[in-house]
Design a binder for this molecule. Structure first.
Ligand code: IMP
Length: 422
């Protein structure tokens, strides 16, 4: 009855899916607890690449049950696209998918409004245009639709007509867009309800019962700590809480079950979209990191901004999430650098700062330390002692700076390209 949690410690794209995939072999249930199809989790198995946006990557293990948690916003067209693609590849996905009946339904009007808002805004966030923030805003405004409601006759009679009518007014009056066909949408939602019915679960009941019967659960975060709505670089954040607090609210599991919180950390830093990024490298090194690390978003294809490891970011993530260990990913991307930089501290307005501030992040001055590179390929190393001396020194220093043990090191995209330190 143990729960492990996987969280991203930076701005997302830390390589969570690879670590989740690595750990899934020993899990019974994997739960995704927040976000929606804005995420893009890539896993490489036997040379084959799988990209997941909504379905937890645990689906690749035939004994694992995958749950889409109540903290998620679910675009059903994307969900069935993903499930159908898996089935076409011979993976029996549908029988192993459970969906929280309180997760929110993301419809085409959320995506239209997200795209229009980005187009019209003077201060763009650089969203994925997947409708995420608009759907969460509906949830908070109490104008959202829970997936479970598609089983309720009174929802179709009383609440849905009011919601769709109000959406049409917003689409037409604010965004000059075509209205929704209310009759057609109502019919589509009746059909969707029937299609989703076999997958619906009440997650606090289901997951707690499974835990009490001795099952293991892995909680899978999307995005990362610095994109957290409350503790990230607001307003350049996503609209959910990828951090530990969000994992409990978004899965319906009580905190007593949580045993381990593993922070996934790239050996350098990347960010997609707008917003402050203290260790960003706009020169040749940033370009080299992007090229060696294939840093392009798996959801939008946008190039990721690249820079150096930022210790203060990881300490912020450690405090917020209660990290028990780190998994260091993409260490091999640093193979061909003569010098590797690490941001070891911040100065703001001439003062040393030992926390990640909630504002004026763009004014931070970074203090760097430099480490000699190892200039040799490491992707075949499977034990810590097989790594070059300079790579081991670099890892030891990161551990000391961050004050958390590094228990896993990833040296390549494949399942086997992993060093288990402990
Ligand atoms: P949204 O989540 O689409 O509203 O986008 C808000 C911000 O979060 C933008 O900067 C996106 O680029 C970023 N974002 C959302 N999902 C991901 C992700 O999975 N990886 C990295 N960045 C993301």
């Amino acid at each position: 009855m143990a729960v492990k949690l996987i969280v991203g410690t930076q701005w997302g794209d830390e390589g969570k899916a690879k670590v989740i995939d690595y750990l899934c072999g020993s899990q019974d249930i994997v739960v995704r607890y927040q976000g929606g199809a804005n995420a893009g989790h890539t896993v490489k198995v036997d040379g084959k690449k799988y990209v997941f946006h909504l379905v937890p990557s645990g689906i690749l293990y035939e004994n694992v049950i995958c749950v889409l948690g109540g903290g998620m916003v679910i675009d059903p067209s994307k969900l069935f696209e993903e499930l159908d693609a898996l089935e076409a590849q011979g993976i029996d996905a549908k029988s192993r998918i459970r969906i929280a009946d309180n997760a929110h339904l993301l419809l085409p009007y959320h995506k239209i409004i997200d795209a229009k808002r980005e187009e019209l805004a003077t201060n763009k966030i650089g969203t994925t245009k997947r409708g995420i923030g608009v759907c969460y805003a509906d949830k908070v405004n109490r104008w959202g639709i829970r997936l479970g409601e598609l089983q309720s006759q009174s929802f179709f009679k009383d609440r849905l007509p009011l919601i769709l009518k109000s959406k049409n007014e917003i689409l037409h009056k604010v965004y000059d867009q075509e209205p929704i066909d209310i009759k057609q949408t109502t019919n589509d939602l009746h059909e969707l309800g029937a299609k989703l019915k076999p997958h619906m679960v009440n997650t606090p009941y289901y997951l707690n019962a499974e835990l009490n019967s001795g099952k293991n659960v892995l909680l899978e975060g999307a995005q990362g700590t610095m994109l957290d709505l409350d503790y990230g670089t607001y307003p350049y954040v996503t609209s959910s809480n990828p951090t530990t607090g969000g994992s409990l609210a978004g899965s319906g599991i009580s905190f007593q079950h949580l045993e381990e919180v593993i922070g996934i950390t790239k050996a350098y830093t990347t960010r997609v979209g707008e917003g402050p990024f203290p260790t960003e490298d706009l020169g040749e090194d940033g370009k080299k990191l992007a090229e060696k690390g294939h840093e392009f978003g798996s959801t939008t294809g946008r190039p990721r901004r690249c820079g150096w490891f930022d210790v203060e970011v990881i300490r912020h993530a450690a405090r917020l999430n209660g990290l028990t260990s780190l998994a260091l990913t993409k260490l091999d991307v640093l193979d061909e650098f003569d010098t590797i930089k690490v941001g070891v501290g911040y100065e703001l307005n001439g003062q040393r700062l030992d926390y990640f501030p909630s504002y004026d992040v763009e004014d931070i001055k970074i203090i760097y330390e430099e480490f000699p590179g190892w200039n040799e390929p490491i992707h075949e190393c499977r034990k810590i002692k097989e790594l070059p001396k300079n790579a081991r020194k670099f890892i030891d220093s990161l551990e000391k700076f961050c004050r958390i043990p590094i228990d896993w090191i990833s040296v390549g995209p494949g399942r086997k390209d992993t060093i288990k330190v402990k």
